[in-house]
Design a protein around this ligand. Structure first.
Ligand code: URP
Ligand code: ZN
Ligand code: ZN
Length: 477
């Protein structure tokens, strides 16, 4: 469905013998669960059979009794091996996609952020080249920093090449910040292409003022990071971008929202008919600003910052009532050494946390195990909604004809997170020592078993570059 071409069957093709059958499990889609046998051939789901039906002949049968079988994850927010400012992230497509698969994510959406002076469409083409090493499927967001008389054509070209989501930053002045005029023009031009803008919303003038005030007190080190990017900066930017989207009649998606104020503004705009969506990240639901008071504060520096415990709790409550649409990792792979280099000044240190591999267990633990979110709702955040919002119709769903990307997990099992057991190219995880539920037991990508209790079975660089379809003109979550 979303794939340009189907994968060849991973086994000898006898049409009477399925490649793979997953039996005995509870199949969970967004909104519904059912006991079913999943039949897979040629990289696609062929059938969901009632458990009373005899199990069809198959090259391999996986017994998922007592397990949930959920769609492979779609991570809508990954930074893979990017150079942002003075620092390069430590992974590449091969490494990040292997870590993604270990964590039950079978599609990653990366950002093509142009180098200074580079055209957005050229940044997209460069990223597509890098993505040939991927072990899982990939899609891309473009990025526009400033509008000029070529930008509308570039947006049309990107759409032709399957990129219909474009990120803009309302912060990071002098590097990637897009001004309000650019935001307006991109929202409008992208809408004409059936696309949707992704916005990092923090009002830069508020951030810069807070940073200047902190600097006069000698408090711009990692230990004060949360004070340099106030919550108000987020809601102010969300308000302005929502007004612009409403004015031009375009949809808009807010990445990594951290505050109930921002989420509530999006919710209120939806009630007025604005097609606005909210993403949050596992770290904003789990970790709080007290991490900046600890000895390894630099490891937790991300933008927006971790928030007050009451904010973290309120954000989780918003997720439970359905006010959050997607869970993105905002994966950024830096080492402790890179973070330490400018620990004394958060304005220049690399920001972002490694997380593509831990998105499932951290999200599942915080939302399902700790707070009782129905697994169906979690599946929507983890896979179904990111697939819909990125125009990937064969993803995020377990149904006949969909791509055979599945995760089998035991909801009763838990494991202590430790960097030594993870596969991201960072020397730390923000969740070291956390008891986490929801680790994948088996991961199936394009009909192949890539993770099982025996370990990782490298599919090789088989990841497909996915092309985003135009979004429908109605709410899709
Ligand atoms: O701290 C973060 N989030 N770094 C990555 C870049 C971005 O703003 O998404
Ligand atoms: Zn961002
Ligand atoms: Zn990001």
């Amino acid at each position: 469905m979303s794939s340009p071409q189907p994968h060849p069957p991973s086994q000898v093709a006898d049409p009477r013998v399925a490649d793979l059958v997953v039996k005995g499990g509870t199949v969970v889609n967004a909104g519904a669960r059912t006991e079913a046998t999943v039949v897979i051939s040629g990289g696609r789901i062929r059938a969901l059979l009632d458990p009373s039906t005899p199990v069809p002949a198959a090259t391999r049968v996986i017994d998922a009794t007592g397990r949930f079988v959920i769609p492979g994850g779609v991570d809508p927010h990954c930074h893979i091996g990017q150079r942002l400012g003075a620092y390069s992230q430590l992974d590449d497509y091969a490494g990040a996609s292997v870590a993604a698969l270990w964590g039950g994510t079978t599609t990653v959406v990366d950002f093509a952020i142009p180098d200074p002076g580079q055209k957005p469409v050229d940044a997209v083409r460069d990223r597509r080249q890098l993505a040939v090493e991927a072990r899982c499927d990939t899609a891309l967001h473009g990025c526009v920093v400033s509008w000029d008389d070529t930008t509308a054509d570039q947006i049309a070209l990107m759409a032709d090449e399957g990129v219909r989501t474009i990120k803009m930053f309302t912060t990071y002045r002098d590097t990637v910040m897009a001004g309000p005029d650019t935001v307006l023009e991109v929202l409008r031009a992208l809408h004409e292409q059936g696309g949707i803008a992704y916005v990092h919303a923090e009002a830069d003038h508020v951030v810069e003022d807070a940073q200047a005030a902190a600097a006069t007190e000698g408090q711009v080190d990692a230990g004060h990071h949360h004070e340099t990017r106030p919550e108000l900066a987020e809601s102010a930017a969300v308000e302005q971008v929502l007004a612009t989207a409403e004015h031009v009649g375009a949809p808009v998606y807010f990445v990594h929202q951290t505050t109930p104020g921002a989420v509530d503004r999006v919710r209120a705009a939806r009630r007025r008919g604005v097609r606005a969506y909210t993403e949050t990240c596992p770290h904003y639901l789990t970790l709080d600003e007290n991490r900046y008071l600890g000895p390894d504060a630099e490891r937790f520096v991300c933008c927006p910052p971790l928030r007050h415990p009451a904010t973290v709790d309120a954000l989780g409550s918003r997720a439970l009532v359905g006010d959050i649409d997607t869970l993105g990792s905002d994966h950024c792979c830096y080492s402790t050494g890179q973070k330490l280099e400018h620990r004394d000044d958060v304005r220049v240190m690399p920001n972002g946390l490694p997380g593509v591999e831990t998105r499932l267990p951290v999200g599942f633990t915080r939302l399902v195990a700790d707070r009782g979110m129905p697994v169906e709702r979690f599946v929507a955040l983890f896979a179904t909604n990111p697939a819909r919002l990125n125009g990937l119709p064969g993803k995020g769903v377990i149904a006949p004809g969909a791509d055979a990307d599945l995760v089998v997990l035991d909801p009763t099992a838990h494991r202590i997170a430790a960097v030594a057991d993870l596969h991201m190219q960072s020397d730390y995880t923000p969740y070291e020592g956390h008891a986490l539920h929801g680790w994948p037991e088996t991961v199936i990508y394009a009909g192949r078993v890539v993770v099982d209790p025996d370990g990782f079975h490298d599919p090789g660089p088989t990841g497909r570059p996915l092309h985003a379809a135009p979004l429908p003109e109605h709410f899709i979550t």
